[in-house]
Design a protein around this ligand. Sequence first.
Ligand SMILES: CC(=O)SCCNC(=O)CCNC(=O)[C@H](O)C(C)(C)COP(=O)(O)OP(=O)(O)OC[C@H]1O[C@@H](n2cnc3c(N)ncnc32)[C@H](O)[C@@H]1OP(=O)(O)O
Ligand SMILES: O=C([O-])CC(=O)C(=O)O
Length: 374
Amino acid sequence: MAEKKQGGAGLRGQVAGKTALSTVGKSGSGLTYRGYDIKDLAKNCQFEEVAYLILKGELPKQSELESYKAKLKGMRGLPQALKEVLERIPANAHPMDVMRTGTSMLGNLETEESFSEQEDKADRLLASLPSIICYWYRFSHDGERIETETDDDSVGAHFLTMLRGEAPNALHEEVMNTSLILYAEHEFNASTFTARVCASTLSDLHSCVTGAIGSLRGPLHGGANEAAMDMIAQWSSADEAEKAIMGMLERKDKIMGFGHAVYTESDPRNEIIKEYAKKLSDDVGDDTLFPVSVRVDDVMKREKGLFPNADFYHASAYHFMGIPTKLFTPIFVMSRLTGWAAHVFEQRADNRIIRPSADYVGAEPRKVTPIEQR
Ligand SMILES: CC(=O)SCCNC(=O)CCNC(=O)[C@H](O)C(C)(C)COP(=O)(O)OP(=O)(O)OC[C@H]1O[C@@H](n2cnc3c(N)ncnc32)[C@H](O)[C@@H]1OP(=O)(O)O
Ligand SMILES: O=C([O-])CC(=O)C(=O)O
């Protein structure tokens, strides 16, 4: 890929603050959370350990992990008033809108009254966001009022059990665990920056997260996993995909799931999720979607020098697990909540209101013409 254009529109490459949470693209492609390489974390940790690392500063000891998981397990239930709100949201609503409304409603019912409550409020959201989306999904699609207080050991299994009405197999639980680790934190991306701007006004955590969900929803950010799925699902062979991609590039369309605002060589999360997408493809006996994805990947490399970002192979991986496409970006929310909340804590600990300036490009000073003379 060519050198990235820095500065100007989109503030590309501009330093907008400090963080101790992660590094992105430091050697062209690396990603670390609090000093740990993403590959090391994905291979050796449970998502809850990584959440603990991000939110509390260090990896937990065994006893700390056990009590953290027990705490999260105890926070999976939803207040009746929130269930009633979720029941009123139509089946054709976008699940990201449900996440946004659910978070906001929880902020009404369990308001963060003081910053001393911030860790408990973040843990509560981490435990209950899967409940919010699944309660709404199963009620609006199947007419069922599900029990959200399951006995699952992990956030990923909790989500899959509620979604399907039965506990997931080991491979699916492992993929969810890894996926949640990969999506957890990513420096000053658009949704996290949204959360930090909101935090800088000394607002509450639920407002910061609600705003961040709105930013993540767009297809240029988290919404790309859903958009990538819609794109690859159209093609029934790799050759058909190649022809279509060539046409899209000719028309200068954006290919969802490719490119990145910071990485210039590759997205380190991609190779990890790609391997799982392949494993799941073999598991379900797929002979179309994975070859289509690989061909799109090859053509993008050949034609544009662009690489898949974290979202591209997440699309097929989630699809092979039977997860409805519209629930892809909400899974990102369940994970990124950790990064957002930790950035809010960091902003609060050393705050100055974020308020940049703009270059004015509008009309010269002028006088109001009386309305009857305009
Ligand atoms: C988890 C995440 O949020 S990862 C990002 C998910 N988003 C997507 O996958 C959406 C598709 N990708 C994109 O829109 C972009 O690559 C972004 C938003 C991720 C990054 O945007 P930018 O930093 O502005 O892109 P960048 O400066 O690298 O673009 C360089 C050139 O490549 C082109 N390009 C970048 N990505 C793509 C793409 N996916 N498809 C086609 N062309 C692309 C740009 O149009 C630009 O071309 P130009 O020089 O002729 O104008
Ligand atoms: O960093 C970004 O701009 C987008 C991204 O990959 C993420 O938020 O995970």
